[in-house]
Design a protein around this ligand. Structure first.
Ligand code: SF4
Length: 269
């Protein structure tokens, strides 16, 4: 571990967006561009793994877009699994390709520990989710099915709850909360501490956000191309992202820099 990083600081999740392509076009999605999206190059992905090897973190989360439509998905997944053998590997997917393509299902079974599946009317994937959850659970994978409450009927919700109960999967729900849906702007004061050390989102081009929400173009704080990447992951936050003013998740840290500077033990008190 590089010098100067307090031992107490461990990043929970490094989230890598390997594509902005998707096989669906959900109205509420801000992360994908359907068939017009782009794939991350192998060079960027390899550099990300180089950088991640230099920081303490727990989970590598591969998402998109729909990550399984990246034509290199099996190879990238296997590479990450091999190079980061002690990390929890998490796949975020709509499961449509997993239900229809055995090669992609096999790649998932080989490389991932947890599969997070979005399922509601927008995803339009009820049949596929009902097909893949039993397979994934039979292979011992942790499966979490997530439904956006604004986009699913009570009947469908009950059906997913029954499916998850029957196979030992987890069913969670949330609201559309990561987009501007006309809510009043936040009255931002201190910086947001909500996702400190929780999410590092890495975009197609290697730009980084220390929040799963923030993704305004050209708004990143640093990138995987920075030689001091490891220090920057744990450096104090000093400004808001452009998106913060519309974010439901904002929590006021009360501080102009987050986290506060760590004091050496001899200086405390
Ligand atoms: S206000 Fe929202 S977008 Fe900004 S850092 Fe906090 S959680 Fe992320």
């Amino acid at each position: 571990m590089p010098a100067g990083i307090p031992l107490t600081r461990v990043l929970k999740t490094a989230k890598v967006k390997i594509t902005t392509k998707c096989n669906r076009s959900c109205d509420f999605c801000i992360f994908a561009n359907g068939a017009q999206g782009e794939n991350m190059t192998p060079e960027v992905f390899s550099t990300i793994l180089d950088r991640l090897e230099s920081i303490p973190f727990r989970q590598l989360h591969i998402n998109g877009g729909e990550p399984t439509v990246h034509r290199g998905f099996p190879a990238l997944s296997r590479l990450a699994r091999t190079r980061l053998p002690d990390k929890v590997m998490v796949l975020g997917t709509n499961a449509i390709t997993l239900a229809r393509n055995q090669r992609l299902m096999n790649a998932t079974l080989h490389s991932y520990d947890q599969i997070l599946i979005g399922c509601d009317d927008e995803h339009g994937n009820y049949a596929e989710v009902h097909a893949v959850v039993p397979v994934l659970r039979a292979a011992g994978k942790t499966v979490v099915v997530n439904s956006v409450l604004e986009g699913i009927s009570e009947e469908r919700l009950a059906g997913l709850a029954d499916l998850c109960t029957a196979h030992g999967a987890v069913h969670v729900t949330n609201h559309v909360h990561h987009i501007d849906v006309g809510q009043p702007a936040n009255d931002l004061h201190g910086l947001c501490a909500r996702y400190l050390d929780q999410h590092l989102m890495i975009e197609l081009d290697g730009s980084c956000y220390r929040c799963f929400n923030a993704m305004a173009k050209e708004d990143s704080e640093f990138s995987v191309w920075d030689e001091d990447f490891a220090a920057k992951v744990f450096a104090p936050r000093r400004h808001h992202y452009r998106f913060c003013g519309k974010c439901h998740e904002y929590t006021d840290s009360g501080s102009p820099a987050v986290p506060a500077v760590h004091l050496a033990p001899a200086s405390v008190g």
